[in-house]
Design a binder for this molecule. Sequence first.
Ligand SMILES: [Zn+2]
Length: 143
Amino acid sequence: MISLDADSSPTPEELPPEIDGLRMTKQRREVFSVVLAERDHPTANDVFSRSQKRMPTISLATVYNCLEALVSHGLVRQVNFEREPSRYCPNLSDHCHFQDEKTGTIHDVVFKEGVNLADFLELPQGTEVSHLEISLKGRIGSN
Ligand SMILES: [Zn+2]
């Protein structure tokens, strides 16, 4: 099991050769470990430049392919804010994203304990939500 604890993000070598049926090539392990290492919701370009430090030969196209594979296997979430480039988030627990308009920083926001979507959304009766994607924008405090 992959630890999602931010203090112990695995190096590419520590990642198993296969996760949830996805064969972890050298490049995928590199890209996944970059996404796990710094939970700042990087863009593909950010992941690319960080990956190049350990793997100078990796291409942007490869990074995109790796991210796509990780997203389609549910190992990483793709986060979209309007027309901005997609961001990538390894936090798989139910959460929303809040973007600070001033700094562009994206924060993970969790539901308050015991709160369900149906408590504040008029969902059609019998709805079963299978995918959650809520993005908020605004300012924090007086920054
Ligand atoms: Zn997130």
